[in-house]
Design a protein around this ligand. Structure first.
Ligand SMILES: [Zn+2]
Length: 362
């Protein structure tokens, strides 16, 4: 499977509220594929849709376009930039670290010389920062930890940001694969903004639902801090819950069935099933507002650029096999989405089959 969309996207600059470069890429992607309809809401979330041949609810894959990082505010003097830090990264990692700002085509490097603490979910993260820079940076420009663009080493992809750009890339790769054929169910991808500041784009999308519908079947896509029970290379993860809540049981069962079918056909397809407690994802928001939402993720190394062993900022990394398995699962869901039966019919049929066989023993 081609990884160009993945390496392209994970090389782009982005930060919460400063996702323009990712949006540009997504729009160009949609424009070059005739059947994809692109729409946006007044908050800047984007929806890409491929209409299916049958009526019925859509499947909507959701990923966020930002990554923890900096947004330039103003130059204090010729070499000092005041910026906001957006997202959750422990402050001791941010102090003194190298950053790179993206101002149009210019890239300006710098070092964080001061970071003011704010409280975020009981952990200390930076709010305002001062950065020693080697040139001026325009207000609103995104800045990222200077950990380089995407590069592949062996089976792993390293980049200054995988969360959740690798998720965005998996959704676009799925659309790319199904754009030439027609699926029965309509398939859409919702790309949200500013997840790292507390699901701001996702909350906007449910409070003023211009892009999603109450009967959509949602799947939240993430890269999630790897856990010892879900190692890298062991497959895509059916994420039954996160740090805060658990997800729609019917959708998760359907995903499980589709993963099993894929694994039966092809032994190279690997999947895992787990509650990933490393963070809260957008599925929690959709669930809280009454949407049917499941979740899928892949294990992420150096979550939010925190290299816990070296106790300093490092590149995030994912396993390419996990990412490819995630795309394959999405294509499988897209092609079979129309077979979803509400009311847990398939699971009830499965347990009742056993019951009917053994009820005479009761
Ligand atoms: Zn994320």
């Amino acid at each position: 499977m081609n990884t160009k969309i993945l390496t392209d996207l994970t090389s782009l600059p982005t930060a919460p509220f400063a996702e323009d470069r990712v949006i540009e890429y997504v729009e160009a992607f949609a424009r070059s594929r005739k059947r994809i309809q692109l729409s946006k809401d007044s908050y800047g979330n984007r929806l890409l849709e491929l209409k299916g041949t049958a009526r019925g609810p859509r499947w909507v894959f959701v990923a966020h376009m930002d990554h923890p990082g900096f947004v330039a505010d103003k130059m204090i003097d010729a070499r000092t930039l005041a910026a906001d830090f957006r997202g959750w990264v422990a402050i001791e990692y941010v102090r003194g670290t190298k950053v790179r700002f993206f101002d149009g085509d210019r890239e300006i490097t710098g070092t964080v010389i001061e970071a003011e603490a704010t409280d975020h979910a009981r952990l200390t993260v930076p709010g305002r920062v001062k950065v020693r820079v080697n040139g001026s940076v325009a207000k609103g420009s995104p800045g990222m930890f200077d950990q380089g663009p995407a590069r592949i080493r062996g089976k792993k992809l390293f980049s200054r940001g995988c969360d959740d750009i690798a998720g965005v890339a998996s959704a676009l790769s799925m659309l790319d694969q199904i754009a030439r054929t027609r699926t029965k169910a309509s398939i859409a991808v919702l790309l949200t903004r500013a997840e790292e500041e507390g699901f701001i784009g996702a909350i906007a999308s449910v409070l003023k639902p211009d892009l999603i519908r109450k009967d959509d079947r949602l799947i939240s896509i993430e890269t999630s801090a790897m856990q010892s029970v879900t190692p890298q290379g062991a497959g895509v993860i059916l994420r039954v819950g996160d740090k805060t809540s658990i997800f729609n049981s019917q959708i998760m069962y359907f995903l499980y069935e589709q993963a099993m079918k894929l694994a039966e056909k092809d032994t190279t397809f690997k999947y895992q099933r787990a509650l990933m407690p490393g963070g809260t994802c957008e599925a929690t928001v959709f669930d809280a507002y009454g949407y049917s939402c499941g979740a899928v993720c892949i294990p992420l190394g150096n979550y939010h650029n925190m290299d816990r062993e070296k106790k300093r900022i490092g590149p995030e990394y994912i396993h390419l096999d996990d990412w490819r398995n995630m795309v394959r699962l999405f294509v499988q869901i897209a092609k079979n989405g129309h077979t979803f039966e509400a009311g847990h019919r398939p699971l009830k049929a499965r347990v009742e089959k056993r019951f009917n066989k053994l009820k005479h023993l009761l």
